[in-house]
Each structure stands twice: as C-alpha cells, then as structure tokens.
Design a protein around this ligand. Structure first.
Ligand SMILES: [Zn+2]
Length: 70
C-alpha cells in the first residue's frame, strides 16, 4: 500500500508531502526529509466520501450490494 504523508504547518512542520509505501498493518513513524518533523498519514482519500454522497447516503447495512451496483 502507498500512503500519503503530510508535514503539517499546524504542527510546526514545513508543509511537505510525500508518498510512503508500507504494509497496511504497519504504522511507521515517518520523518520529514526537509525538517525532520514527524509526518502524519492521510487515512482516507476524499473520494470515498464523495461516493457516499453521490448515491444518496448509504446506510452501511448492505455494503456488498452497494459495491455490486457499480
Ligand atoms: Zn517538514
């Protein structure tokens, strides 16, 4: 899996962002190559939220059927 890590201004970082590849089960501490602050992983891309809104709010009761319609 490739994850998007960001170095947040709000945490004293420099705003840098980069992709880090590691297994899903792992949660490594990623240090910014620019300023050596700890970077934060972006868990879910915004497009997942967009899909839920597009289909009028999915309850979560039938996730399999929801995927099958696409
Ligand atoms: Zn940084």
């Amino acid at each position: 899996m490739t994850y998007d890590y960001r170095c947040f201004f709000s945490k004293g970082g420099c705003g840098n962002q980069m992709n880090v590849k590691h297994p899903m089960a792992e949660d490594p501490e990623v240090l910014c190559p620019e300023c050596s602050k700890v970077m934060e992983r972006q868990l879910f891309p915004t497009k997942f939220k967009f899909h839920n809104n597009l289909f009028g709010g999915i309850s979560g009761d039938e996730p399999t059927r929801f995927i099958g319609k696409i």
